[in-house]
Ligand binder design. Structure first.
Ligand SMILES: [Zn+2]
Length: 299
């Protein structure tokens, strides 16, 4: 995996930042000028910096703390008629973070609304194979193929908010307005962790979590990019609020197959020579028999 970073741009205007989706949402064209801020401290994500290979799959597997987390049981904890809105900053985050939950929601009969906050058009800067107008079309198609593999496509309605990839933070007011038109009073919301480490993920988490709090809706925050930068027992993650969803072997297999649907994210870009955006280690790290969500009842 190519070294990636979400380090500080010399230009503090969020709209000029070139963050893009790396599947889990990481830029391959990150600005490396750190003169305006200390290295490893980003104006939005602070010290939750995504760079290098990240924490290994083994480190997480060997951490007893994950084994000890309370469990989320969809059939017990979610009423079957309740609609669940899953927010993906970029098409693929819904699978990486929630591929197991989606399958269990479908089995439980819950209607699912998948909200693509952006279409992930900025994942391949300067690419001739994957220019933004191409990604705008194929990434939602990859998502649909992945939902099909999971067996949840029929129960899922996908909505695209079409906010600018890499710039969600600057669009929070518009995002909130769009939410008001989508969310219904009894919905359950699922969003990336408010401190997930990618600016688009954090912006999405913060807008959705704030909306949930304002409207007294249940909100589950998925760990996606946090698995990369965080360490076991990391104090930057509120583990006391964490709950674990266990996947069956079959569900994990389908999730892994679904990740493989995102061809644009898992193959070498021949036009730029860039490595796959989702490295083998990233895929291995996210392909576990668990998903972890942060949840605080009665926020
Ligand atoms: Zn992402």
């Amino acid at each position: 995996m190519a070294t990636v970073t979400n380090s500080m741009s010399k230009n503090p205007a969020w709209s000029d930042l070139t963050f893009s989706d790396n599947g889990t949402g990481i830029s391959t064209n990150a600005v490396t000028d750190h003169t305006a801020a200390p290295e490893h401290h980003h104006p939005i994500v602070g010290d939750r910096v995504i760079e290098g290979d990240g924490t290994s799959q083994n480190a997480w597997q060997n951490w007893q703390g994950l084994q000890d987390l309370p469990r989320l049981h969809i059939a017990q904890d979610f009423l079957p008629h309740q609609r669940v809105c899953v927010f993906a900053p970029h098409p693929d985050d819904e699978i990486l973070g929630c591929g197991g939950m989606l399958q269990q929601l479908a089995a439980n009969g819950n209607p699912i609304v998948l909200v693509h906050v952006t279409n992930g058009t900025q994942s391949h800067p300067n690419s001739q194979i994957y220019p933004p107008h191409t990604l705008d079309i194929i990434r939602p198609q990859e998502s649909l193929a992945a939902l099909d593999i999971l067996g949840v496509a029929i129960q899922t309605t996908t909505v695209s908010l079409d906010l600018p990839d890499g710039d969600v933070f600057a669009q929070q007011a518009q995002f909130n307005e769009k939410l008001a038109a989508i969310i219904q009073p009894d919905d359950i919301l699922v969003t990336p962790f408010i401190h997930d480490g990618h600016p688009d993920h954090e912006a999405t988490g913060q807008v959705v979590a704030a909306f949930a709090k304002q409207h007294n809706l249940a909100c589950y925050q998925a760990l996606i990019w946090a698995w990369h930068w965080a360490k076991p027992d990391d104090s930057r993650i509120p583990w006391h609020s964490a709950i674990r969803l266990d996947l069956t072997a079959e569900q994990l297999q389908r999730k892994t197959q679904a990740i493989a649907c995102f061809t644009s994210q898992i193959t070498v870009d021949e036009s730029t020579g860039n490595s796959p955006i989702l490295s083998a280690q990233t895929i291995a790290r996210i392909s576990q028999i668990w998903e972890v969500y942060l949840y605080e009842p009665h926020l």
